[in-house]
Design a binder for this molecule. Structure first.
Ligand code: CAA
Length: 246
């Protein structure tokens, strides 16, 4: 029986690479998408020629608590087991704090942090009952070190790390691991939205002198959800080319 991995933000820059990697690892992936990006997701799946046994698409607004509870309870009922959750859905609304609006703040906290509650909460009890499960939260180097212009994003990503450690303690006895992966600057549409001179200045600070590839990040997730990662829990694995060491 195939193991099932639920990946939020599966059509995104990092999410799509994680999706491809976990399919390669033998998982059936449930990839979530949002209404307005749904068509884009479907096109992407079609392009890759993936089968129904490899991927199932699920419309999910990760910011809505009751909706997630409803959709994910039904999903669990249909699939019988969810073995892995990868919380990848995330956005940026960068602005210096004095110019940041409440809307910028709330959008990032809701999509990047409250989503982790909304998606994990309906499924976690079933992992405890089954005595197995792996949860990986995609945080960021900027949740560890802080970043100018990202008080909202850094707060949300740091929050994910605290959540990871606390839930790891609750899952440990049942053999459910909870970890985070902290990408550095990665070659995705999110990073290419940045002003060129700002990104160039950041690239100059990366000891490896290149952005991460989405596959660099997917490899770390694959390790944490695979056979070799079973005794690692509560950990944050940085994949940042040496940009920040902790
Ligand atoms: N440290 C200290 N001062 C800085 C600074 C820094 N890192 N960056 C800018 N400043 C200074 C500028 O020199 C400028 O100073 P003066 O007013 O004295 O000239 C002042 O702060 C304003 O800077 P900007 O001109 O850049 O301000 P802006 O309002 O035009 O833009 C911003 C603000 C959009 C936040 C822009 O600074 C920016 O894009 N910063 C980078 C944010 C970032 O790294 N985002 C990552 C997105 S990708 C991602 O998040 C994925 C991931 O996980 C890594």
């Amino acid at each position: 029986m195939k193991k099932v991995a639920l990946i939020t933000g599966a059509s995104g820059g990092i999410g799509s690479a994680i999706t491809m990697q976990l399919i390669k690892d033998g998982f059936k992936v449930i990839g979530t998408y949002l209404n307005d990006t749904g068509q884009q997701t479907l096109d992407w799946v079609k392009e890759k020629g993936l089968s129904e046994d490899e991927i199932r698409l699920l419309e999910l607004d990760v910011t809505k608590t009751e909706h997630c509870q409803e959709v994910l309870t039904k999903l669990l009922d249909e699939e019988k087991h969810i073995d892995v959750i990868v919380n990848t859905a995330g956005i940026t609304r960068d602005a210096v704090f004095k110019k940041m609006t409440a809307a910028d703040w709330n959008a990032v906290i809701n999509t990047n942090l409250n989503s982790v509650f909304n998606v994990t909460h309906p499924i976690f009890p079933s992992m405890l009952e089954r005595g197995s499960g792996r949860i990986v939260n995609i945080t960021s180097v900027n949740g560890i070190k802080g970043q100018f212009g990202q008080t909202n994003y850094s707060a949300a990503k740091a929050g994910m790390i605290g959540f990871t450690k606390a839930l790891a303690l609750e899952g440990a006895k049942a053999g459910v691991t909870v970890n985070a992966v902290a990408p550095g600057y990665t070659a995705t549409p999110m990073v290419s939205q940045m002003r060129e001179e700002v990104l160039d200045a950041i690239k100059a600070q990366i000891p490896m002198k290149r952005l991460a590839t989405p596959e660099d990040i997917a490899g770390a997730v694959s390790y944490l959800v695979g056979e070799s990662g079973g005794y690692i829990t509560g950990e944050t694995l940085s994949v940042n080319g040496g940009l920040h060491m902790h």
